[in-house]
Design a protein around this ligand. Structure first.
Ligand SMILES: O=P(O)(O)OP(=O)(O)OP(=O)(O)OC[C@H]1O[C@@H](n2cnc3c(O)ncnc32)[C@H](O)[C@@H]1O
Ligand SMILES: [Mg+2]
Length: 179
């Protein structure tokens, strides 16, 4: 039985790992840890967001020696020619120093949300005000609000985790000369 450590207490993110394990019939259990992302509370670029995911994945391994894989997930925003997009990254780290990372779907933020982020607020707070909801970030996420629930934050992270799990399987195949 593999123990997977997840670097968050946010149920929207933890559910993505749960669904990955269930859908992939993976023999693993999950433990979750509050770990520092090592980047700002509101990452403002792909570079920073990706780094936050990698930092969390590695930090999990220091929390508990029973954990074989650390998973980090981070949300942020990324500016493309003045348009602000929601961006998301995830990473997995093992005990041998290997790190696999991947990014997710991006979605244009309405100007009122972008302005709030540029003014120094965290997207989670602005999304709550925008949607007249509480804790959007632990539920469907901004992506859920902006797509009328068609894609939730959990589904979006699940997609990224499937990419990472698939890349891990591919790397193992290549190592065994089957690639
Ligand atoms: O507890 P953690 O794991 O930190 O989860 P979080 O919801 O704070 O998420 P992140 O730290 O990864 O995201 C950085 C910031 O961006 C916000 N954010 C990112 N994606 C979001 C989304 O889809 N919906 C709402 N807020 C989001 C979040 O509230 C934070 O203020
Ligand atoms: Mg956070």
């Amino acid at each position: 039985m593999t123990i997977i450590g997840v670097g968050t207490k946010n149920p929207a993110k933890i559910d993505a790992v749960k669904q990955l394990i269930r859908s992939g019939d993976i023999d693993a259990i999950i433990r979750s840890y509050n770990v520092p992302s090592g980047v700002s509370a509101m990452p403002m670029s792909d570079i920073e967001t990706r780094q936050g995911a990698i930092n969390r994945a590695k930090a999990v391994l220091d929390q508990d020696e029973a954990v074989s894989f650390g998973i980090g997930m981070e949300g942020g925003v990324s500016d493309i020619e003045g348009d602000m997009y929601l961006c998301n990254w995830a990473a997995a780290a093992d005990r041998f120093g290997h790190v696999i990372s991947a990014g997710g779907a991006r979605i244009l933020l309405p100007e009122v949300l972008a302005e709030g982020v540029r003014a120094g607020n965290e997207l989670g707070d602005i999304a709550d005000a925008y949607a007249h909801q509480k804790n959007v970030h632990t539920h469907g996420g901004t992506i859920g609000v902006l797509t009328e629930g068609r894609i939730t934050r959990t589904e979006m992270f699940l997609h990224i985790l499937k990419l990472i799990e698939g890349m891990y399987a591919h790397q193992k195949n290549v190592q065994h000369g089957e690639g």
